[in-house]
Design a protein around this ligand. Structure first.
Ligand code: PMT
Length: 398
């Protein structure tokens, strides 16, 4: 389940493109996230995928025409009863009609009457996508306030390579989620750090930790979705850069420190989620160390504590730290809160199943300066991030 999507009513419009089959997975994902889904298929879409597929997946009636079924005004009912409309895939024909304000079938008619967020995910051959008229129509839709998801580049159904591929249902689900959350962090600048740092031993070896970056990236996405401007300083991860976030890639703790200091002054809220290496090799070898003696001894020196330094520099910023703990959680986290002059510390219960490093979910306790603490149950990292955004907002209001 996904708190943002639970009980939300989503109208999915499917138009007639070869990628229409992907809409089945989107409907399935939306339903699994707790949304109620209704599907509208254009006549052309029915050539690619049957209404029965969507009826079975959504458990709801599927609409295909203006003059079918018992409802004399299906377009108005659909427009009134849903929180968000997503068109996936959207053909050049649909885009052209909608940009011109034409109501030629149930879907285009419904779009005209829809007051909530409308997300449009174009997909077509790259020659069509590059066409000046299509580009102009998309620009016009964006101007009208529709959320346009750019198609991806890659191998297209016809065998050509170019921009026109429909993004994955998971990527579209993220955009839908973003379009539904309130924009209550608009005007705020966030600085978030994520992932591990890598401290070199020689040109091919390093010391690091198991941080995947998932928690920090989720924080950046949650802040972006709520309207904030976000700079994400990320150590090496295998995650895709979140669209709409300014990403600054770093490798070592020293590089992360430099980047954090550069963006700190302009930030209103700083969330330090990165797992920064506490030590680095004192003498990293300029050449690959050769296999030789039975034992080698490495000497390490302490890295600067970035958060502690930011705590000393803090003026207008709200400063949030993370604390990865496996014992005496509250006690250790409180000590970090005080030592680093934090406003809030998120204690991560890393010894628990489904929490901490690499997991998709997390379990945290949040401590505040005034001694209060809150405990969150196990949740998806994006949900944890959303709850932390609520707390940040509350603290800014005080
Ligand atoms: O990336 P994931 O796989 O999703 O995992 C998420 C996470 C477990 C890494 C994350 O939730 C987390 O707990 N991050 C903080 C990990 C950590 O380094 O904790 P710490 O207790 O060692 O450090 C306390 C705070 O000081 C942290 O905010 C850390 O970013 C900061 N710090 C630490 C050392 C250092 N040299 N400079 C710092 O700024």
């Amino acid at each position: 389940m996904n708190a943002v999507l639970v009980k939300k009513r989503i109208l999915v419009g499917v138009t007639g493109g070869i990628a229409a089959y992907k809409a089945a997975e989107l409907v399935s994902l939306l339903c699994a996230s707790g949304a109620t889904v209704t599907v509208v298929l254009t006549e052309a879409a029915c050539q690619f995928i049957r209404p029965l597929t969507f009826k079975a997946l959504s458990g709801n009636e599927v609409y295909t025409g203006l003059f079918e079924g018992h409802d004399p005004l299906p377009h108005i009912t659909a427009a009134k009863e849903n929180d968000l409309l997503v068109v996936y895939p959207a053909t050049a024909n649909f885009i052209g009609h909608t940009a011109a304000g034409l109501a030629t079938d149930l879907l285009t008619t419904t779009v005209l009457g829809f007051k909530g967020p409308v997300v449009i995910s174009p997909s077509m051959n790259s020659r069509m996508f590059d066409n000046a008229a299509v580009q102009q129509n998309l620009a016009r839709l964006q101007e009208y306030g529709y959320v346009i998801i750019p198609p991806e580049s890659g191998r297209l159904a016809c065998g050509e390579v170019g921009q026109g591929r429909l993004p994955s249902p998971g990527a579209v689900l993220e955009v839908i989620r973003g379009a539904l959350v309130p924009k209550d962090l608009k005007g705020l600048k966030f600085l978030v750090t994520a992932g591990p740092t890598r401290e070199p031993l020689d040109p091919v070896r390093y010391v690091s930790n198991r941080s995947s970056g998932k928690m920090g990236y989720a924080l950046a996405r949650a802040a972006r979705d709520r309207g904030a401007q976000v700079v994400l300083i990320n150590g090496p991860t295998s995650l895709d850069k979140p669209p709409g976030v300014s990403c600054v890639g770093v490798r070592t703790a020293l590089e992360m420190r430099d980047a954090a200091l550069e963006y700190f002054e302009a930030a209103d809220v700083v969330i330090m989620c990165a797992a920064v290496s506490d030590y680095r090799a004192k003498f990293p070898s300029p050449n690959k160390v050769k296999k030789g003696s039975e034992e080698i001894v490495l000497e390490f020196i302490k890295n600067p504590d970035i958060l502690e330094e930011l705590g000393r520099l803090k003026r207008h910023q709200l400063l949030v730290g993370f604390a990865a703990e496996d014992d005496n959680i509250l006690e250790h986290a409180r000590r970090k809160l005080e030592a680093k002059n934090l406003d809030m510390v998120v204690a991560n219960l890393i010894a628990q199943e489904g929490a901490g490093f690499e997991a998709d979910t997390n379990i945290v306790k949040v401590l505040f300066r005034d001694g209060r603490f809150l405990e969150l149950p196990r949740m998806d990292k994006y949900e944890v991030a959303q709850r932390l955004m609520d707390m940040v907002l509350d603290m800014r209001r005080v």
